[in-house]
Write a protein that binds this ligand. Structure first.
Ligand SMILES: Cc1ncc(COP(=O)(O)O)c(C=O)c1O
Length: 397
């Protein structure tokens, strides 16, 4: 439970905003790319620097930082710390997991969707020489990927369904409970890439019933690049033996035993080498803020702000391509533009920080944003409407 929930009070979003200095200078709608930096995260990185300057190698403290990240990440995902590997990136977690899967038998199919971030398709395609068959679930003409499309491709040969929670291109949220039910009914497991959701939405791995989840700390988890996580359902760990390994993945790290590979009985077996120490400092401080505010309260605030943005875009006659239904949306509102790169640059000139993918401008929203941020974005979009509106009706997903 978050501190705000324990005190039975709504978080003071205005005061929280004050902890992120960039928000006083810019309209920052870019957390889906890289979060705003909190003063406490900077202080945590400085604390690491102090250790380096004054202590040298402070291994005793460093190990506790890595464990603090594991414990906090478990709380965020509502899992147990034994089910969390602290990795160098989402890709590192995916590779470690892939190395533990066997694709030589009849269950060799991996189902991904057309909404995947490249790494969650490329890494599965990289398993093709090991026997994997990768199939892509396509979009419907309206741009969304309905459950029926998953039902057509998930079958008795499917080992894994590896899907994104929220699409990084258009902000659409997949029906994860529906996909999990389909996959489990056919004996397949589900990996959730929740990088574009975790920290902005409540991602409860037990309630969602996913088998694996990956993500990282530089977006809505308020940390930094160079650190990520892999969740593995506890009951699955003993039978999964990663061949992608290292000394920090061993049961007894300090044993320095070179005679055998003895993986940790916990999800730590999916780790590899020396932890990313400075990133652990930053990630632990970022996760502390998320846990203090609480993911349920954050999700509600993000929903309120994305709704305001979606409705405002409708009003100016430039509707978003992100689904309007709350359940099909996360923290991103995407808008198709005639020249998204140019529009991004124009917005930047006005200190409105967004990002773009394909033909879409992406406004990515966190709890530290406010109504004024959304209104500033809408006003700028209205000013640029004639120059950048794509003209023809875009299919909404
Ligand atoms: C949905 C999603 N998955 C995976 C990644 C890549 O993560 P990493 O660079 O940590 O491997 C990103 C990065 O933007 C992402 O948005």
């Amino acid at each position: 439970m978050s501190e705000a929930a324990r005190r039975n009070t709504a978080p003071d979003f205005k005061a929280l905003r004050g902890r992120f200095p960039v928000l006083a200078r810019k309209t920052y709608l870019n957390s889906g790319s890289y979060c705003a930096l909190a003063g406490s995260v900077r202080q945590a990185i400085n604390a690491y620097m102090e250790d380096r300057l004054l202590v040298g190698a402070n291994w005793d403290v460093w190990v506790t930082k890595n464990e603090a990240v594991r414990a906090a990440m478990a709380r965020v995902l509502r899992a147990s710390p034994e089910e969390i590997a602290v990795t160098a990136s989402a890709s590192a977690g995916l590779n470690a997991l892939a190395s533990a899967l066997d694709f030589t038998g009849p269950r060799n199919k991996v189902v991904v969707s057309d909404f995947e971030f490249p790494t969650n398709a490329q890494i599965w395609h990289a398993q093709e020489p090991r026997g994997a068959r990768v199939v892509h679930v396509p979009r419907a003409p309206d741009g969304y990927i309905p459950l029926e499309h998953f039902a057509q491709l998930i079958d008795d040969a499917t080992q894994l369904v590896a899907v994104t929670h929220v699409c990084f291109r258009n902000g659409a949220r997949l029906d994860i409970p529906g996909i999990v039910a389909l996959a489990h009914a056919r004996g397949a497991r589900v990996l959730l890439d929740c990088y574009q959701a975790v920290g902005a939405l409540s991602v409860d791995v037990r309630a969602l019933d996913v088998d694996f989840a990956v993500g990282g700390m530089l977006k809505y988890l308020l940390g930094t690049a160079g650190i990520g996580f892999l969740y593995v359902r506890g009951a699955l760990i003993p039978a999964l033996l990663p061949t992608n390994s290292g000394w920090f993945a061993q049961e007894r790290i300090a044993a320095m035993d070179i005679s055998a590979n003895r993986p940790s009985p916990t999800a730590r077996r999916f780790e590899a080498g020396t932890p990313p120490v400075v990133n652990c400092y930053a990630a632990a401080a970022g996760l502390d803020i998320i846990l203090e505010v609480g993911t349920d309260a954050i999700e509600a605030r993000v929903r309120e702000l994305t709704r305001r943005c979606m409705r405002g875009l409708e009003r100016i006659g430039w509707p978003s391509v992100t689904p309007a239904e709350d359940a099909r949306r996360g923290p991103m509102v995407a808008v198709a533009a005639r020249d998204a790169a140019q529009l991004f640059a124009r917005l930047m000139e006005q200190d409105i920080v967004t990002s773009f993918r394909d033909a879409n401008i992406r406004a990515t929203i966190h709890f530290y944003n406010c109504e004024d941020d959304i209104d500033a974005f809408l006003a700028a979009m209205r000013r640029h409407r004639d120059a950048f509106h794509p003209g023809t009706a875009q299919s909404a997903v």
